[in-house]
Design a protein around this ligand. Structure first.
Ligand code: AMP
Length: 221
């Protein structure tokens, strides 16, 4: 099954993708993580990407399209995956469709009120070693990563000022492309304002109640 996670920044796309991946043994592909890895490696694309990401703006499409095409051609994602963060603009959608980059079975559209998104951005922590995502608003008191005891890091674009721009870019450039997938009947909308476990349950219920071909069967195993 090929999933595409859709929603505003901080809607929980990465968190729910990781939970689904663990339960159903699917690889995750995160455009943001691919870009952050490129920044960490210090390569030319990474330097360019950072200048956009720090402002909450979209990295040029030529760069992200080339990166995602390479990742989607790899062997481990041929039978299924959970994709987060691509396509994210009308011109990326055009490349996605024209070049038949991949097919998608289900688009998971996660809806969360703006105030909740803002609270989440201030509290997000990402494990520097394994990438596990935690939020201080869950009040679990984790001083370190509960999975691997790694140190917490804060993403450089996780601040209120940059977030406002990321959200605006989402409304202007990303949200309009949802209608393409709606017309194909591939969208499942999930109310994701709760904490992860609860939102995950809500998502699985929405899958079970959907008419998307093969989804109910996939979830029920
Ligand atoms: P994310 O980790 O999904 O929140 O993405 C973090 C940042 O990476 C975004 O604010 C953008 O600057 C950049 N980014 C992620 N995906 C894309 C994309 N498909 N196109 C352009 N920029 C992207």
């Amino acid at each position: 099954m090929k999933f595409l996670m859709f929603g505003a920044p901080m809607a929980g796309k990465g968190t729910l993708a990781n939970m689904l991946a663990e339960d159903y043994n699917l690889p995750t592909i995160s455009m943001g993580d691919i870009l952050r890895a490129s920044i960490a490696s210090g390569d030319e694309n990474g330097v360019l990407a950072k200048s956009y990401m720090d402002k909450g703006e979209m990295v040029p499409s030529e760069v992200v399209c080339a990166m995602i095409k390479k990742r989607l051609a790899e062997k481990d994602v041929q039978d299924g995956f959970i994709l987060d963060g691509f396509p994210r603009t009308p011109d990326q959608l055009k490349v996605f469709v024209d070049e038949k980059i991949t097919d998608i079975d289900v688009v998971v559209n996660i809806e969360v009120p703006y105030e909740t998104l803002l609270t989440r951005v201030i509290g997000r922590r990402t494990c520097k070693s394994c990438g596990y995502i935690y939020n201080t608003s869950w009040n679990l008191g984790y001083e370190k990563c509960p999975k691997c005891s790694g140190e917490w890091g804060i993403r450089s674009d996780d601040n209120e000022e940059t977030y406002k721009n990321r959200y605006e870019v989402y409304l202007q450039e990303t949200l309009p492309i949802l209608s393409y997938f709606e017309k194909l009947g591939k969208v499942v909308t999930v109310q994701g304002q709760d904490e992860p476990e609860q939102s995950y349950e809500t998502m699985l219920k929405a899958f079970e109640n959907s008419n998307i071909k093969g989804l109910k069967e996939f979830i029920e195993g």
